[in-house]
Design a protein around this ligand. Structure first.
Ligand code: GRF
Length: 218
């Protein structure tokens, strides 16, 4: 059983989606520990409610980013974590964590990367006038939101959207694709080819998988 460690800084709805997918039998993995850099993150509550060890690691007390990440790595190793899932973890993943888990850190990001990396990306997509946005699960590399893409979901941007309505539409899809990406990893169905991740999965029907927004009227 794949041992997953989740790092989260906030409300933890993606953590919950992972826990729910495991409970529903859609994900063959175990969340072995949830780590947060925020003492009162709701994600830690969700972990406790699910009977998963919940740990706060204090950035300030650690004395620097390397020591902080070293402490996180210790906690992950104590719990036999094999794959690290960043689920709303609001810090950049540094070299200590990446060296400890090379090619074994995945992140969920609420845009269609490589468009709109960084923060406030739903607002950025609206302001840019994009007709589609979505979410991306990717392997983490040394950059910010730059690593190899595993899976993406697309949603339309509607004329009346606010940052909140678009974020909510995207979040629904995040909750579908993050557990799915972890399951693909757990099943050994992901293969690196340069910076591409080739996925051993059925090919989509081509026109059926295309999206047009605004739609072409019948
Ligand atoms: C999500 O939108 C995720 O894509 C981004 O941070 C948000 C975390 O939400 N990285 P939650 O804490 O999982 O509810």
């Amino acid at each position: 059983m794949l041992g997953v460690g989740v790092l989260a800084s906030g409300r933890g709805s993606n953590l919950q989606a992972i826990l729910d997918a495991i409970a529903a039998g859609r994900l063959s993995a175990a969340v072995r520990v949830v780590v947060s850099d925020v003492a009162d993150a709701y994600a830690l509550e969700r972990a406790r409610a699910a009977g998963v060890p919940a740990r706060f690691v204090d950035f300030k007390a650690a004395g620097g980013r390397e020591a902080f990440e070293g402490r996180i790595v210790e906690v992950l190793r104590e719990h036999a974590v094999e794959l690290v899932a960043l689920a709303g973890y609001m810090r950049v993943c540094g070299p200590v964590l990446l060296a400890a888990y090379p090619g074994r850190v995945v992140n969920i990001h609420p845009s269609l990367l490589p468009s709109f990396p960084g923060l406030h990306v739903q607002r950025a997509a609206i302001e840019h006038g994009a007709k589609f946005s979505g979410c991306t699960v990717h392997f983490v590399d040394a950059g910010v939101d730059t690593g190899p893409i595993i899976i993406q979901a697309v949603v339309p941007v509607l004329d009346g959207d606010t940052e909140e309505t678009l974020a909510a539409r995207i979040l629904r899809q995040e909750h579908r694709i993050f557990p799915r990406a972890i399951q693909l990893y757990a099943e050994g169905r992901l293969r690196a080819s340069g910076r591409r991740v080739l996925v051993d999965a059925p090919a989509p029907g081509l026109d059926a998988a295309a999206l047009i927004n605004p739609p072409i009227e019948a």
